[in-house]
Design a protein around this ligand. Structure first.
Ligand SMILES: Cc1cc2nc3c(=O)[nH]c(=O)nc-3n(C[C@H](O)[C@H](O)[C@H](O)COP(=O)(O)OP(=O)(O)OC[C@H]3O[C@@H](n4cnc5c(N)ncnc54)[C@H](O)[C@@H]3O)c2cc1C
Length: 260
């Protein structure tokens, strides 16, 4: 069984700060990590490797420094690591990101593709489902548990708003995984030492199977018009009063501020 896990390097915070002048993310001083949901997905893949001898590949699209999360994945036990990096891929929105990743996946053998449910920086939760659509394979999102019959069928538990669903899907398919579903293993000491000697394959845009107008800025139908930090609201005032008194107080406050 061939499993490919898509992993993304993200800032180690959910409080992403934005430069109010330029509208871009402030990355200085914020360490980077492997996106937590992706680490959960990687653990599911490594458990399938432990049980069935699956071959596990990780792929990331990003800047050269994303090499760090690929080496972390190698230290956790993956077999192959790919860094997809090219200026032509820069400025991609979620559609161009998924087109590029699907372009890479098209050139590889896979039974199961694993992504995180959501990246903690971009936060769209679109990339996994979009990859499945590009490749025309079934997808199950919000994965909490997974069993394999050893042949070609996965039994999957998917979180829903008010409970869960159990589904059966045949390979090849794509799943998006929740970080809360599984506790990722630690890197082992031997793995850490060896990870730095192992090869990370570096792929450019010419190595993937996708039209040039579907990648990078050209392949991005959306653009960020404005980015700004959330303004802090002052603490509100709570009053226990009748509706009539409430109307009087609200009207009084609005008059006080010359709003009415
Ligand atoms: C107009 C526009 C321009 C942008 N320009 C840039 C830019 O110049 N530089 C930049 O860094 N970002 C840029 N972004 C952000 C970039 O588009 C997102 O980071 C990317 O689309 C992933 O979306 P997400 O973070 O919401 O991922 P989600 O959809 O929330 O991620 C779900 C899962 O998909 C997988 N995944 C997502 N991204 C990757 C990846 N890169 N590699 C491997 N797996 C992945 C992971 O498994 C992840 O858990 C831009 C966005 C827009 C809208």
């Amino acid at each position: 069984m061939n499993i490919i896990v898509c992993i993304k390097q993200v800032p180690d915070t959910t409080e992403v700060k934005i430069n109010p002048q330029t509208g871009t993310l402030i990355r200085e001083g914020v360490p980077s990590i492997m996106n937590p949901d992706d680490k959960g997905g990687l653990e599911f893949a490594l458990q399938l490797k432990d049980q069935y001898g699956a071959h596990v590949t990780v792929i990331t699209m990003g800047l050269p420094q994303a090499d760090a999360i690929l080496r972390e994945a190698l230290a956790m036990g993956v077999d192959r690591a790919i860094l997809l990096t090219d200026r032509k891929l820069g400025g991609a929105d979620s559609l161009a990101t998924s087109s590029s990743l699907a372009g890479a996946l098209r050139t590889m053998d896979y039974d199961l593709i694993v992504t995180g449910r959501q990246a903690i920086d971009g936060d769209t939760a679109q990339v996994g489902p979009q990859i499945a659509e590009h490749l025309d394979i079934p997808q199950v999102s919000y994965l909490e548990a997974l069993e394999f019959d050893g042949q070609k069928t996965f039994t999957l538990r998917k979180q829903t708003e008010d409970g869960y669903q159990v589904l059966q899907v045949d390979a090849p398919c794509l799943v998006t995984v929740l970080a809360s579903a599984v506790k990722p293993r630690y890197m082992n000491v031997r793995g850490i030492v060896e990870a730095y000697d192992r090869e990370v394959e570096v792929w450019g845009a010419d190595r993937i199977d996708v039209a040039e107008d579907k990648i990078g800025k050209t392949g991005s139908p959306t653009s960020v018009m404005k980015a700004f930090p959330k303004s802090l609201k002052p603490a509100g005032e709570t009053l226990e009063v009748s509706p009539e008194e409430a109307v009087e107080i609200i009207v009084g406050k609005l008059k006080e501020r010359h709003i009415i």
